[in-house]
Design a protein around this ligand. Structure first.
Ligand SMILES: [Mg+2]
Length: 191
């Protein structure tokens, strides 16, 4: 168990806590979005095509609205693939750290129940007490936050770790990890 001295009156030790983002960190949302784009338009959009930009900025202007609107469809968030190695590494970390899955679910409120079911299916070693469906991530008081969105790391009070995604490749302000294997190695190095 990895713990630090708490600041409670009794000074009890507590486990170090890690908040983990869902989209593009635990869930490979981009894979689903590219698959959906191919189904809707018959056009192959690759990860290279969207490197350094948002998907909406990589498609023709008359497709922009629809590629964002599908995120608000009931069911869209239910069958997103799990990010490679996320389950195995997170399960290992959950034995040593307190893990929370923190998602800015208010961006797409229709996805709330889909996300709940997704977490139950894919991360069964976590209980639903570990789910944080939030608005602003500034409310999180975990020790670490792993997130692909630099704006969430900017407002986080603990140590931010940037998980590489197509849209953040030029960001340089944060500790960066490219994969879940790197996440595992980073936290192994703390022990
Ligand atoms: Mg994200």
């Amino acid at each position: 168990m990895v713990s630090i001295r708490g600041n409670s009156a009794k000074g009890r030790e507590r486990r170090i806590s890690i908040a983990v983002d869902l989209d593009e960190v635990t869930a490979d949302t981009v894979a689903k979005r590219l698959q959906r784009y191919r189904a809707d338009y018959g056009v192959e959009l690759s990860r290279k095509d969207i490197q350094g930009k948002q998907i909406r900025d990589a498609v023709p202007s008359n497709h922009r609205e629809a590629v964002e609107a599908c995120l608000d469809e009931p069911g869209f968030s239910r069958d997103i693939p799990v990010m490679q190695n996320a389950q195995r590494i997170l399960e290992g970390l959950s034995r040593r750290f307190e893990i929370f899955i923190a998602t800015s679910a208010m961006d797409h409120p229709v996805s709330l129940y889909d996300r709940y079911l997704w977490l139950q299916e894919h991360l069964p070693f976590l209980t639903d007490r570990s789910y944080v469906f939030c608005g602003s991530k500034s409310i999180l008081k975990a020790d670490f936050l792993i997130d692909d969105n630099p704006r969430n790391l900017e407002i986080f009070s603990g140590t931010g770790i940037l998980f590489t995604a197509h849209h953040n490749v030029y960001e340089t302000r944060f500790k960066r990890v490219d994969s879940w294997l790197e996440v595992g190695a980073y936290f192994d190095s703390l022990v």
